[in-house]
Write a protein that binds this ligand. Structure first.
Ligand SMILES: [Zn+2]
Length: 103
């Protein structure tokens, strides 16, 4: 029996490799909007963050998203994303537990 391969992605803030499901995807859409993508399936360039507000704050401080998305991210966009991040955090944590067995 071969162990199941878990896709790993790196958190752009703390640089930790984590299973994809434990990360929140931020996407830059083809329209150049920057949003949180809880489905992980939106088109565009993605960056991953641990599902923790602390990591978001770190990304904001170090401008990690600017680098990961290869686009300057304005302070107001970081503020907006931070609010969204806090809002989705609970949903994200709940879904994470529920979806752990699929794939
Ligand atoms: Zn992190």
């Amino acid at each position: 029996m071969r162990p199941r391969k878990i896709p790993l992605r790196k958190c752009v803030a703390c640089q930790q490799m984590m299973p994809k499901k434990q990360l929140i995807r931020i996407v830059r859409t083809p329209e150049e909007a920057i949003l949180i993508d809880l489905t992980g399936k939106k088109a565009g360039r993605g960056a991953y963050l641990c599902g923790k507000v602390e990591c978001f704050k770190l990304a904001k401080k170090t401008k990690a998203l600017d680098r990961a998305l290869k686009q300057p991210v304005g302070a107001e966009i970081y503020d907006q994303l931070e609010q969204d991040f806090i809002e989705v955090e609970d949903t994200f944590i709940a879904n994470k537990d529920r979806n752990d067995d699929d794939e």
